[in-house]
Design a binder for this molecule. Structure first.
Ligand SMILES: Cc1ncc(COP(=O)(O)O)c(C=O)c1O
Length: 434
């Protein structure tokens, strides 16, 4: 397989050789260094994308499930986003002053998510969670931030800990963790530290931890427990926002409103973007000169006109898709079920997880029961098999990370059928059946 791959990807191999001379680990995002590395291979370099398909520099075509880290729900290079960007480029790239688009964009977002009483834009999701947790500390006068084990909220020091199993790294700065879907683990943490915790930050559906949906009532339990103790609840909806419905999954799908919210990815149509916002009394501390406030915000590229215009074009496309969102989620759930049936058929422990259009496949050393938690998945996660599974899929023309990725509005039945067949085939190969 390695020999075949090398034959098909000579340009990627040359680029990878050069990349390792200039980048630590050859990449600028850790997960992009790809599961074939341990077998002596290298990642494909991607040149272009259209709809659900992408092409590497050697001309190989892939069905893309990664979809720009879950951002491209409309498919790659959607017509209206490209034309909005072209029109903006004729005006300016970025001036570093105010622009009209940012006001319109914020108004649209507030209309979609009314509890965003006030918001701030930044350039990445990592900045959004950094500023969100900073505001929580300022507002409550408390130091600790708690997160769910396995959760990825970006690379900043406030939340970039206990991401990888066994979650025993020393937090950089005043951090604690608990298990998602495990009320006991939350209660025991709150018993010990309830008075020192400024905020609990969670994704309504956990992403990088393995596509873990909340059990019934878990998010409302977090809401009640935080409210009782004057702890702020932050929903990190950088993946779930505008993916499961038009707006916040926390409130639209699970019926829970947080105090603060972070958004990114989908919202700006594939351009760099982050947002933190929510209750006006908390967000007021971000205003210049606010009593009790500290420096919050900044960023040379915040409210970049290209991100604003791509975001406006994206929201215009998504706004009237209420029934299509439902269909997409149903299609995602059905696909997940079919994947699990296929894994059962070949006797594989692989598990497809997720919620609606969020789709993960984890290679596990043994089966686990619901409810899923970051620790439960981490305990039995087989990294070597996962790498090989990704490599097999890639070889068959399926591109994804974390086992798969996210379904977009443009993934066709043909894309799904081919992916299902390849996933079954790859699972079977992992068992040594071919
Ligand atoms: C839930 C979640 N929060 C935060 C981030 C960080 O966002 P960014 O990569 O834009 O810094 C990510 C990125 O993958 C994410 O999935």
């Amino acid at each position: 397989m390695l020999e075949d791959y090398k034959k098909r990807t000579p340009k990627s191999e040359k680029l990878w050789f050069r990349a390792n001379k200039v980048f630590a680990g050859g990449v600028n995002h850790n997960i992009r260094n790809f599961g074939m590395l341990s077998a002596g291979a290298y990642p494909p370099y991607i040149k272009s994308g259209k709809g659900s398909r992408i092409w590497d520099v050697d001309g190989n075509e892939y069905i893309d499930w990664w979809m720009t880290h879950y951002s491209d729900i409309l498919g790659h290079c959607h017509r209206s986003i490209v034309s909005a960007l072209r029109a903006q480029l004729e005006e300016c790239i970025h001036i570093g002053a105010l622009n009209e688009h940012q006001v319109k964009f914020a108004e649209e977002l507030q209309e979609a998510i009314p509890f965003l009483q006030k918001m701030r834009f930044c350039t990445t999701g990592s900045e959004a969670t950094m500023y969100g947790t900073r505001l929580a500390r300022l507002f409550t006068g408390r130091k600790l931030v708690a997160k769910a084990r396995g959760g990825w909220h970006g690379g900043n020091d406030a939340v970039g800990f206990h991401v990888s199993h066994p979650y025993d790294d020393e937090p950089y700065y005043n951090g604690l963790s608990f298990d998602f879907n495990d009320a006991e683990s939350v209660t025991s943490l709150l018993k010990q530290h309830g008075k020192e915790i400024a905020a609990i930050i969670v994704e309504p559906v956990m992403g990088a931890a393995g596509g873990i949906p909340p059990t019934d009532g878990f998010l409302s339990f977090l809401r009640e427990e935080t409210e009782k103790r004057d702890i702020l609840l932050i929903f990190d909806e950088i993946i779930t926002g505008f993916r499961l419905s038009y707006g916040s999954a926390g409130s639209n799908i699970f019926g829970v409103e947080p105090d603060l919210l972070t958004l990114g990815k989908i919202v700006a149509g594939g351009m760099p973007f982050g947002l933190y916002g929510g209750r006006e009394d908390i967000m007021g501390l971000a205003a210049p000169g606010a009593k009790g406030g500290r420096w919050v915000g900044g960023g040379t590229f915040s409210s970049h006109p290209l991100s604003m215009t791509a975001g406006l074009a994206t929201l215009a496309e998504l706004k009237n898709r209420t029934s299509q969102y439902t269909q997409l989620s149903q299609k995602g759930n059905r696909f997940k079920q079919k994947l699990n049936e296929a894994f059962d058929n070949v006797g594989s422990n692989n598990l497809a997880t997720g919620f609606g259009s969020i789709l993960f496949i984890s290679c596990l050393s043994k089966r686990i029961d619901e409810p899923l938690t970051g620790t439960k998945v981490g305990d039995v996660f087989d990294h070597q098999k996962q790498d090989l599974f990704q490599a097999y899929l890639m070889e068959m023309g399926i591109f994804g990370y974390h086992g798969l990725g996210a379904m977009s509005f443009v993934h066709s039945d043909e894309d799904l059928d081919k992916t299902l067949l390849c996933a079954e085939n790859a699972a079977s190969k992992l068992l040594g059946n071919e």
